[in-house]
Design a protein around this ligand. Sequence first.
Ligand code: ATP
Ligand code: MG
Length: 291
Amino acid sequence: MKTGKLAKTFRVESGKHFRLKDFDPADTGHWKSKDHATEALVEGIARTAELQDRLYAQNNWALLLIFQAMDAAGKDGAIKHVMSGVNPQGCQVYSFKAPSEVELQHDFLWRTTRDLPERGHIGIFNRSYYEEVLVVRVHPEILKSQKTPPSLVGKKIWEERFEDIRCFERHMARSGTVIRKFFLHVSKKEQKNRFLERLEQPEKNWKFSAGDVRERACWDDYQEAYGDMIRNTATEHAPWYVVPADNKWFTRLVISTVIVDTLESLDLQYPKVDAAKRKELDAAKKGLLKE
Ligand code: ATP
Ligand code: MG
């Protein structure tokens, strides 16, 4: 089955009329089951690998994929799936936890800018500078530990951060880093099921931390923060995708489709061999055959 307009369905590139509640975490479009999607998933992985090879060879564009979500929404699994077909040499994953002392000595974008993908590469951010308008907004006491001069932390702090992020992403887009942002939209009910699985299955115990339940208690505040974040930072050059996350196979299908569509839109070509290079190659071949 063709993936067609799948990516477009979940793309948000303007915050104007955006409401998170218009998106259903259990949506699977016209795809009925995992089996139904398997072929498209396998094709997506293969196509990503081909396109990544060109991206790397052409060495002009970079692709930055940002993943944000509530705990247990499936970020790690989705990233593993995306990575499964690509050449590790051209793809890096960075996970951002609470900032260290050193990182707090700098502005909030600093630690992530160190890990931006080079030209020709795919960079994956598992959490990102968006935590600065999510966890920090839900727990404003974190702001106090950030050492920003108090006179600069006013009522408009979130608006200012949104503006800084928009400007930063526009700058990146203008220099050739294509940004695609994924919010894995899981329901509260499904998160509970997944937490229970993590508690009940010994091989999943390590994935659970008591903090996860504490954050779950702030569910509504997080949903509001996510909604506001998307409304304020969805742009044409750095769109958000609100990906239904109650069915992991569908989450992966949507993400894979977005990546393939994005890379295809870049018209990636292997570098052309000019006359001088052709001569060089011919001479090398001749030499080898003569050995
Ligand atoms: P994940 O939950 O992403 O799968 P993990 O469980 O391995 O990762 P955690 O110890 O939960 O790792 O680390 C992520 C935590 O770090 C999250 O609770 C997140 O909100 C927090 N965090 C990330 N960035 C920031 C930030 N800028 N300020 C404060 N906390 C942050
Ligand atoms: Mg966690």
